[in-house]
Design a protein around this ligand. Structure first.
Ligand SMILES: [Zn+2]
Length: 199
């Protein structure tokens, strides 16, 4: 089956150009029109998750901005100060959408340990992408705050860490739901195409 990575990168022309092998159609291959139709369905059903996948895979900066705006308004509606909401939103979008693959597991979330086989990567806790340490996270958040609102690492940990992680988890969850929905549609189309080809 076509992967979600490929589905989302197929809408970026440079990706298509750089790999002609991808254009070779196999019997049940999904056409570009079908890809666009799938993406628009995912977008209308899971707008936030779709934006996360767009930002993560297609490196869509507008999608990242949209997510940032979404998080800021959520946090503000929970009574959080605008500057702090903005800083938390900036960093959570960076962590979820821009973060490079984890250096230990190369993005797989799994790590081979002698005698134990594949285990959950201890560096990223199975997430697969770079997860900032408490110190890095605090430094990053306060870099987006005006001096008067910068808090100590301790205060950040006590008062803001859970709220920050809530935003990160929401983005991951939404992306997971959008990807699962996209896979469902892809599977259906690929099965239909195969049937058509055989019949
Ligand atoms: Zn890892």
């Amino acid at each position: 089956m076509m992967s979600i990575q490929l589905l989302y990168s197929r809408q970026v022309p440079r990706t298509i150009n750089c790999d002609p092998a991808m254009l070779t159609r196999s019997a049940n291959a999904v056409t570009n029109d079908e890809i666009l139709a799938i993406l628009s369905k995912v977008k209308s059903k899971h707008p936030v998750g779709n934006a996360v996948l767009d930002a993560q895979i297609a490196l869509d900066v507008y999608a990242a901005l949209e997510l940032r705006g979404e998080i800021i308004s959520n946090l503000k509606s929970n009574g959080i100060d605008e500057d702090i909401a903005t800083a938390l939103a900036n960093v959570s979008v960076i962590e979820v959408c821009d973060s490079p693959a984890c250096s230990r597991c190369k993005g797989t979330g799994l790590f081979m340990r002698a005698g134990e086989g594949l285990i959950e990567c201890s560096k990223c806790h199975g997430v697969g992408s770079f997860v900032p340490s408490g110190r890095e996270l605090h430094r990053l958040v306060i870099s987006y705050l005006p001096e008067s609102k910068r808090m100590s690492r301790d205060t950040f940990k006590r008062k803001w860490y859970d709220i920050y992680m809530g935003a990160v988890d929401t983005l991951h969850t939404e992306a997971g739901e959008a990807a699962a929905y996209a896979k469902d549609i892809l599977r259906k189309i690929e099965n239909e195409n195969e049937y058509r080809e055989v019949g």
